[in-house]
Design a protein around this ligand. Structure first.
Ligand SMILES: [Zn+2]
Length: 236
């Protein structure tokens, strides 16, 4: 089996987050392009033009801060029929952030983004954060990551990462961020052309809304958990 840890995640890892979505169901030749970390003026309009040229709908995991700074770009993504997802307000890493700070940041982003999709920055979050957020959001990971942000690989390798590991239902991750810009501008149009030539169709990610939770509820739940832990210790 083809395997490259950075690009394609191992089974045990996906099992740790069973309700998260790594790949979309179905055997039809459909793939799901996703773009993280935007919107930014230097890249997002270019991505949108390319997608519109190919009549492709994609999913943008937006950083709240960027959506706040560039509301017109954020609106353009929605007006052009793409899906948007929450990628926190400040691009926080779950593992380095307290639960409360992390959840608050996500809610702050949600006030602007208003989506039921969430993708954790860097793909990492604790199992507790995952379980908690799963109650409100569909957590969208990926099946194939282009590594376009990685300055240590060539643009050919970025394209190769996509074309080598793609399969039906793949959620493919690119970045409309300054860091990835050069690789993205080269690899994305080529990836789209090649995937089309292989007979793939493109779709955006959509899921029905899940139950709504607010920050106050988080606080109450955390308090309740603490009490339960105390009780557990007593019983142990
Ligand atoms: Zn990110």
């Amino acid at each position: 089996m083809k395997f490259k840890l950075q690009v394609h995640l191992p089974g045990f890892f996906t099992k740790w987050f069973p309700a998260a979505v790594w790949r979309m169901p179905g055997d039809d030749k459909t793939v799901y392009l996703t773009f993280d970390d935007g919107p930014v003026p230097a890249l997002t309009p270019w991505v949108l033009d390319l997608l519109s040229e190919h009549q492709i709908k994609a999913t943008f995991f937006v950083v709240g801060e960027n959506a706040f700074r560039y509301p017109d770009l954020f609106d353009q993504i929605i007006e052009e029929g793409h899906a948007v997802g929450n990628h926190t307000y400040h691009h926080l890493q779950g593992l380095k952030t307290s639960n409360l700070e992390y959840f608050k940041d996500i809610e702050q982003a949600n006030m602007i983004i208003g989506s039921n999709l969430f993708r954790p920055p860097h793909g990492w979050l604790t199992r507790g954060q995952y379980l908690f957020l799963s109650q409100k959001y569909k957590i969208i990971m990926w099946d194939v990551i282009s590594c376009d942000y990685n300055g240590n690989i060539t643009r050919e390798e970025v394209l190769d990462n996509v074309l080598k590991f793609v399969r039906s239902g793949s959620i493919i991750t690119f970045h409309d961020s300054y860091k990835a810009g050069e690789h993205l501008r080269w690899a994305l149009p080529r990836a789209i052309e090649a995937l089309k030539a292989e007979g793939y169709e493109f779709r955006k990610i959509e899921f029905p809304k899940v139950r709504r939770l607010f920050v106050t509820t988080y606080l109450q739940r955390i308090k309740k958990l603490r009490i339960n832990f105390k009780q557990l210790r007593k019983w142990a």
